[in-house]
Design a protein around this ligand. Sequence first.
Ligand SMILES: [Cu+2]
Length: 213
Amino acid sequence: MLRSVARIVAAGSVAAALAACGGSSGSTTGPTPVFTSVAVAPASATVSVGATLTMTALAKDQNGAVISTPAATWSSSDETKATVDPATGVVSGVANGTPTITASITDGSVTHEGSQQVSVTTPTATATVTATTGQAFSPPGVTIARASGTGTVTWTFQSLAHTVTWDTQPGGATEADIDPTQNAQVSRDFTVAGHYTYHCSIHPGMHGTVDVQ
Ligand SMILES: [Cu+2]
């Protein structure tokens, strides 16, 4: 109940909120939400050189509740390592490094920033994915760079059977599905660059991607 009241109040202007705070004596209502911080996600993200990662920013009030504000403006601490689209938060890996990506939100006369460090890494010719007993592909996305024209992804299947069933492959690619497998490792070699998506045909929530450079 309190939360729903707070959300309605949050629609008011910052000026109104500040005025409410100023006249605190004798007030019997709960604290008015005030834009206090910006939370940026994901934390500890990794993006490959030549690949992208979408970051998000949430404005929060003094209690940590999400409030509505104008959109964030994004910036990178080192554009030789990663750039970021100022409007969308889409980060592009440029070179190995750990730049900090910052979101700045201005609501009225109040500005707050939040940031996260991003690791930019150069993809190698091989990657491994674990198909877990927890019904996930970990990591869900891998990027490989073809060395001598080929890159390899190896899936490690734990004790629960999964498949790797391709949804989309770039033009010219003909990767074969991996039929139900458990307690084994199976590899696929990739010679065609592009974005591949797959799922497990047994467990509806299991999805993964392979990007081949
Ligand atoms: Cu599965």
